[in-house]
Design a protein around this ligand. Structure first.
Ligand code: AMP
Length: 220
């Protein structure tokens, strides 16, 4: 399966992407994580992306597309894309790249969430800079104060999770999301998942959509 996850920041796409990738044995390509890794390791790509990321702006299309096309070239089985595409140009580039290999997208899961719920989730989010696992000071605190349950690293608040930047990211998301949904809807790929529920329940909804799709693909 070749899957794209769409939805506002805060919808839990990252968590769901990890779970779905494991369950269906798919490669996970998360553009935000890849950029953060590059920023942390001070690569050329990281230096190019950092100022956009800190401001909650999109990294230019040509930079992102190059990165994703490169990542897709080593995919064996199938993939989940988290955080890409975010513009029509990126969506078109993805379609072109997959078309060249005769392996079009299987589905686009669209996660829906109200703005204020997203703000609450993100402004309270704390991230492990080592393994990228996330917590929430209110809904999902770490077992021990402010350190990662898995590797003990001190948790941080991402700069782009500060509330004013979160609100800006939501605006940036909205500016493109309608067009993106239309683009994929016209190709009959969209499946909507209500993301305003506990993580396990959202996973159930997402897997129900994908199991249905897998059956459909196997049958057809
Ligand atoms: P995320 O963790 O997916 O919210 O991504 C964090 C930041 O990385 C975004 O706010 C952007 O600055 C950048 N980024 C990630 N994916 C993309 C993309 N597809 N297009 C442009 N910028 C992106």
């Amino acid at each position: 399966m070749r899957i794209v996850l769409l939805g506002p920041p805060g919808a839990g796409k990252g968590t769901q992407a990890h779970r779905l990738a494991e369950r269906y044995e798919l490669d996970l390509i998360a553009t935000g994580d890849t950029f953060r890794w590059n920023v942390q390791n001070d690569t050329e790509l990281g230096r190019e992306a950092k100022s956009y990321m800190d401001a909650g702006e999109l990294v230019p299309d040509d930079v992102v597309v190059r990165m994703v096309v490169h990542a897709l070239s080593s995919v064996k089985n199938g993939f989940i894309l988290d955080g890409f595409p975010r513009t029509l140009t990126q969506a078109q580039a993805l379609e072109d790249s997959l078309g060249e290999h005769g392996s079009p997208l299987s589905a686009v899961l669209v996660f829906r969430l109200e703005d204020e719920v997203a703000v609450k989730r993100l402004a309270g989010r704390r991230t492990c800079p080592s393994c990228q696992r996330t917590y929430n000071v209110e809904f999902h605190p770490p077992k021990s104060d402010m350190v990662c349950d898995y590797d003990g690293t001190e948790l941080i608040q991402r700069r782009d999770d500060e509330e004013h930047t979160v609100r800006h990211r939501l605006e940036v998301f909205k500016a493109a999301s309608e067009q993106l949904e239309k683009f994929f809807d016209a190709r009959d790929l969209v499946r909507v998942v209500d993301a305003d529920a506990p993580e396990d329940q959202v996973t159930e909804r997402a897997t129900a959509a994908l199991d249905d799709l897998a059956e459909h693909l196997a049958g057809g």
